[in-house]
Design a binder for this molecule. Structure first.
Ligand code: PLP
Length: 482
């Protein structure tokens, strides 16, 4: 491929082929052995960097050395999110079909900012978003044949920011994009909402002082009457309420805000309603869990992360709007160098107008592969399996002499703590995590240090959950001396 008289430093395609085979072998071996590593990386601060040369190499190196350093330097600094013993945070799970889709995306290397820069990148994405509407039983108004539509974003944080920007522009008639915010706009979310809503208010110029954290009930779900009262108070003070973010599955305790009741408030006050179902949204693949989305038909936008619980590796967020014109008019900008006939025709989606960055990866392939490989039934099977395991774990906690529930959580999360209080509970967590056989994290509920058992890694089976429970009990006995 190279002009004969020119030197080349590129990896030639035959060498690439051989190295690609070795790389996929490395990944398969990693996944096959993932249970043998400590789930939480035991690396000390700076341990990884200490092993890296201070200067970049002047001359190119062989691939052997690179792959060796992956094993010797990088692996010890990895916390193994793909271990079936990973019960921390929320999952960021993956699967072989997703990884294969990712490889193909990198191989094609397209940048799908506009329809014209790779029609398949846009059209496959639109099609996957429409499939998700069907698979999750989402309202038809989010499908592309209506005024709405879906788009893949990098993260739920980006999706929420875009919803907030669209709401801001709808409320100010496009004025904030031109003249900036006037400091009068007020947004609302629950006191248990994810920090990404506050961050969106920082980025969008709303200001964190203009984000109201609405009171929650005993299950940590938003109280619609408190929302209504706050909106009325703000209006009476001359402020302009414009946006409500409600959560289907909060990060701390998977609390389900009553979306239908919240929607009555937002429609009475004509506010934009956004639904953040980042992790729990995947559950709606199973008809018996679709109750979590009651009321979503009234929302202006909805988001969930296939990159959390739907076997599709990070990054892959799905974001839906009922009125795509509101989103596009908030984010669209068309410099001369991006003009093309397809854009001018108005017959295509240019997804660069649906989010913050201009450039975009071909992320729909991995989603396509996951959905095709598992089929809806396969996905349902594994989601049900995770939920059943969490519910079984919950029963063990309920019947335990040592532990108690923090709150009764639905689906695949269990919040629990030791009966002897915060210090013991915290010590148990640090001890099991240091042991390396499992990894779980915590939150604070009603001001109690509370453990979160989050079950959603692709390969988590009953034996992993029973072993986690045995470890927790053994460590609790050792810590309390009982
Ligand atoms: N919303 C909720 C409820 C979450 O739990 C999370 C992350 O765990 C987010 C938003 C942010 O997700 P992302 O990392 O995709 O921005």
């Amino acid at each position: 491929m190279n002009d004969k008289d020119q030197p080349s430093y590129h990896m030639d395609l035959e060498e690439f082929r051989q190295n690609a085979y070795r790389t996929i072998d490395w990944v398969v071996d990693y996944l096959a052995n993932v249970e043998s590593y400590p789930v939480l990386s035991q690396a000390e601060p700076n341990e990884v960097r200490r092993q890296l040369p201070a200067e970049p190499p002047e001359k190119g190196e062989g691939y052997d050395a690179m792959l060796r350093d992956m094993t010797e330097i990088v692996l010890p600094g990895i916390t193994h999110w793909q271990s079936p013993n990973f019960f921390a945070f929320f999952p960021a799970n993956s699967s072989p079909p997703a990884i294969l889709g990712e490889i193909l995306s990198a191989g094609l290397g397209v940048q799908g900012m506009s329809w014209a820069t790779s029609p398949a990148c846009t059209e496959l994405e639109t099609h996957m978003m429409d499939w998700l509407v069907q698979m999750l039983g989402l309202p038809e108004r989010y499908a592309s044949h209506t005024d709405g539509g879906g788009v893949i974003q990098h993260s739920a944080s980006d999706a929420t920011l875009c919803a907030l920007l669209a709401a801001r522009e709808r409320t100010t008639g496009g004025g904030s994009n031109k003249a900036g915010c006037d400091g009068q706009l007020v947004a609302y979310t629950s006191a248990q909402a994810h920090s990404s809503i506050e961050k969106a208010c920082m980025i969008a110029g709303i200001g964190t002082e203009n984000l109201r954290l609405v009171d929650v009930d005993e299950n940590f779900a938003m109280r619609p009457e408190a929302l209504d009262a706050q909106i009325r108070a703000d209006k009476a003070a001359g402020l302009v309420p414009f946006f409500v973010c409600t959560c289907v599955g909060t990060t701390s305790s998977l609390a389900l805000d009553p979306v239908a009741e919240v929607a009555k408030v937002t429609s009475a006050h004509e506010l934009w309603l956004h639904v953040d179902a980042a992790m729990a949204g995947t559950a709606a693949i199973c008809p018996e869990f679709r109750f979590i989305n009651d009321g979503v038909e009234s929302a202006d936008s909805y988001t969930f992360n296939p990159h959390k619980w739907m076997f599709t590796n990070f990054d892959c967020n799905a974001f839906f709007v009922a009125d795509r014109a509101a989103l596009i008019s908030a984010l669209s900008i068309l410099p001369e160098y991006l003009r093309n006939q397809a854009t001018d025709s108005g017959a295509v989606f240019d997804y660069r107008d649906w989010h913050v960055p201009l450039g975009r990866r071909f992320r729909a392939i991995k989603l396509w592969f996951v959905i095709r490989y598992y089929g809806v039934q396969g996905l349902q099977h594994h989601i049900r399996e995770h939920v059943a395991l969490a519910q079984e774990f919950k029963q063990w906690v309920i019947h335990s002499d040592d532990f108690e529930l923090g709150v009764d959580t639905p689906l695949n999360l269990v919040c629990f703590r030791h009966r002897d209080g915060d210090a013991v509970t915290e010590q148990i967590m640090h001890t099991v995590n240091r042991g390396g056989d499992m990894y779980l994290t915590h939150t604070r509920l009603d001001d109690h240090f509370t453990l979160r058992m989050s079950i959603g890694q692709t390969n988590t089976q009953r034996r992993h959950v029973t072993s986690a429970w045995e470890q927790l009990q053994a460590v609790a006995s050792a810590v309390t001396g009982s």
